[in-house]
Design a protein around this ligand. Structure first.
Ligand SMILES: Cc1ncc(COP(=O)(O)O)c(C=O)c1O
Length: 432
């Protein structure tokens, strides 16, 4: 058996290090997965409450996805993106049926970044404008245009970001940047941001893009009315509302789409992550009118692998699984169960200062004894949990834990995860 040390030696020699977290040569080195479990090359088991890179929310190696991929591989893996293919047409129809009736023109891309790029391009073409704004905790992807609107993290750039992109103050109520309290604030953060935005833009606002619940920026649950106000702000400026549902769409928040919580329909919606059950695919869906305007302006967007039949087939099975397994309901159940564990831990550990999230996307905010963000404790807890075989995401420089609970997770697995987290919190409190 090749040991982890030997695998890492080979990685040191052959692999490129630009990882999301700081460049490193540490383990684990993963080899296989099933449901919510992952195993590394040493045979150590991990409970994966990060669902891979959040794309494995259906559970690792779901046999139904595996079977569909195998069939597609024997039928047609790739076809020309200049033409339509049957899997693509079927998927566009199925996806459209999950959305409000106005949203039914679907384009399939390769990743979340790709979907953001396409959505930004469509908005610019359809409005004839070029400026876009997004909340300051947003993450919309790493390719060049989305990166200019990904303010949350990994801000280092090697060249100036594209002009015409602006930040709005996010509704991060727990640590409100302007020290207000909802609802008395009447969403002053948004009103102030829009006033500034109007002075910054050259009257050429094409769109505001936001996640219905900004995730990578710290599982920020906007207060009631915020998203509706953003939509109104777009209308007042003849701009479009793009909702990036890469993370929040397809049953994760206890609804098919995150925006259902707010009763706000976007002009353009994007989705990626678990859309392909682990296979890379994303979608951008918009209205007839916006599609028509973009096409009239000569808008073209395609990659060699856009709408590949294999990826579209995997996404069709994902939609089947969501429906057949009742994942909208399961999301709510799993979220509630995990939240009850987190409430117990919050009562026992004073460093847990806020719990938030919806469905299987759950956040835990940590604070130091003086009330400042608990980044050092968070990083220590994250390290202890990794050693003990529990994976999740540590955000906001360590002060927020994000749990993305795969739908395959059992209540017993959540009990085990909470126990590991509990011990890690005790260990961290003794050392930090
Ligand atoms: C909301 C959101 N949009 C877009 C992206 C980019 O997706 P990808 O990494 O597939 O390019 C991400 C990735 O985490 C995301 O969270």
């Amino acid at each position: 058996m090749t040991t982890e040390h030997e695998w890492l030696e080979r990685a040191r020699r052959w692999c490129f290090r630009a990882r999301l977290e700081s460049p490193h040569w540490d383990g684990p080195v993963f080899e296989r997965g099933e449901g919510t479990l992952l195993w590394d090359v040493e045979g150590k088991e991990y409970l994966d409450l990060n669902a891979g890179q959040i794309c494995g929310v259906l559970g690792h190696s779901d046999p139904r996805i595996a079977e569909a991929i195998a069939t597609a591989a024997r039928t047609l893996v790739h076809a020309s993106s200049n033409f339509y293919n049957t899997a693509e047409i079927e998927l566009a129809e199925r996806l459209g049926m999950t959305l409000p009736s106005s949203l039914h023109r679907a384009f399939f891309g390769l990743s979340g970044s790709d979907a953001t790029e396409a959505a930004m391009g469509i908005a610019k073409a359809a409005t004839g404008r070029y400026e876009i704004a997004s909340p300051h905790v947003s993450f919309h992807g790493f390719s060049e245009q989305p990166r200019a609107l990904s303010f949350a993290i990994w801000g280092e750039r090697h060249s100036p970001p594209a002009p015409g992109n602006f930040a709005l103050m996010a509704p991060y109520c727990f640590r409100c940047p302007i020290r207000h309290t909802y609802p008395e604030c009447e969403l002053a953060c948004l009103d102030g941001s829009l006033e500034v935005l109007d002075t910054e833009t050259g009257g050429s606002l094409a769109a505001i893009i936001t996640e219905p619940l900004p995730s990578a920026g710290g599982v920020i649950v906007p207060p009631e009315g915020w998203l509706a106000r953003v939509r109104d702000a777009c209308r007042e400026r003849d701009a479009l509302l793009i909702l990036d549902e890469s993370q929040t769409g397809l049953a994760k928040l206890g609804t098919m789409w995150g925006f259902e919580h707010d009763g706000v329909a976007p002009d353009i919606v994007t989705v990626s992550k678990h859309f392909g059950g682990g296979i890379p695919i994303s979608a951008v869906v918009t209205t007839d009118e916006i599609e028509q305007r973009a096409i009239e302006q000569g808008f073209v967007y395609a990659h060699s692998h856009s709408a590949d039949p294999l990826a579209c087939t995997a996404a069709l099975v994902t939609l089947d699984v969501i429906e057949k397994d009742g994942l909208v309901v399961r999301s709510e159940e799993l979220g509630r169960y995990w939240r009850s564990h987190m409430e117990r831990l919050a009562a026992e550990h004073s460093c847990i200062v806020d719990l938030r999230g919806r469905g299987v996307l759950q956040g835990v905010e940590l604070g130091a004894s003086d009330g400042s963000p608990g980044g050092e404790i968070g990083k220590a807890v994250g390290r202890h949990c990794l050693d003990a075989g529990l994976l999740f995401s540590v955000r906001r420089a360590g002060s927020v834990f994000r749990f993305t609970i795969p739908f395959s997770t059992t209540e017993q697995q959540l009990d085990a995860a909470a126990e590991i987290l509990d011990s890690a919190l005790v260990q961290a409190a003794a050392t930090v």
